[in-house]
Design a protein around this ligand. Sequence first.
Ligand code: SIN
Length: 322
Amino acid sequence: MKKIAIIATGGTIAGRGASGMTTNYKAGRIPVSEILRSIPDVSDRFKISLYSLMSIDSNEMGLNQWVLLKKTIEDIVASSAVDGVVITHGTDTIEETAYFLTLTLHTEKPVVLTGAMRPATAASADGPFNLYQAICLAGSSKAVGQGVLALFSSTIYSGRDIQKISNYKIDAFDKANTALGFMKDDEVYFNTTQNKKHTTGSLFSTMPLDHLPEVDIISYFAGARASLLDTGAKGIVIMGSGMGNYSKAWYEEMKILHQKGVYFVRASRVLDGIVFGDDVFDPDHICINAFTLSAHKSRILLMLSLAYTKNLEKIQEIFTEY
Ligand code: SIN
């Protein structure tokens, strides 16, 4: 029997609201043990250990919670003979936690995040089946060494690329660009694998994470004041228009801040696409380009990169590799 550890952090999957309703609920109110009881046969097929780490809405997640989660997973994996780990998590910020763990976890064992769009008390809640499939995925030998994964609506995503694209539908994540594979009930089918560096191959998985620099995300909008960029943070991810773009006034301010030691990443507010280097918008080459990373994932990579090096070229190389 495969041994799976489930670490609960809260989210809609553990949400409680008016019976049958899908909105106006409170996240993180129902213990995972209760959700597990609604999944037939799961305890006959897997030896499950439960860890109630947090009961929060994922909008309360931040660096402290990520580091705690990483340490908890690594302790469980090191001290008990588990085959895989499942994390239940709110969907709002799951893509950020998933990428932080992708970059920092030092294990080859499957780690699968899942959640739900409907609270546990809703008619036809989606959480129990997502949890069931996440447990099956975490127990699959096919998932070993694949990095941090996420499972939603029978679809397998990488922790690097998972991205929420609907705040309403059950199938809330971007299948077209980010799916690694699919599941048919308990059967696992990978179509492709993650080529970017992750987990044991990531230089950040053995690095101390106690003092990461502050990095902010500032979104460009028509007429945005350049003074918005002066947040006091060590790094700024620009969620630019189009291919990571902004006004001339913004670039003048960026050059001043760059002289003062602030690092800039050019990312985009457009969900689909790539941000390459650009001689027109960044003629002085003071920016790091996000390539296919979203602004939110770029922020995490910049925080970790700045804790490792202050060399702009090296950080740009990291952004091509992770
Ligand atoms: C949350 O992210 O904790 C609430 C929303 C959700 O889980 O879908």
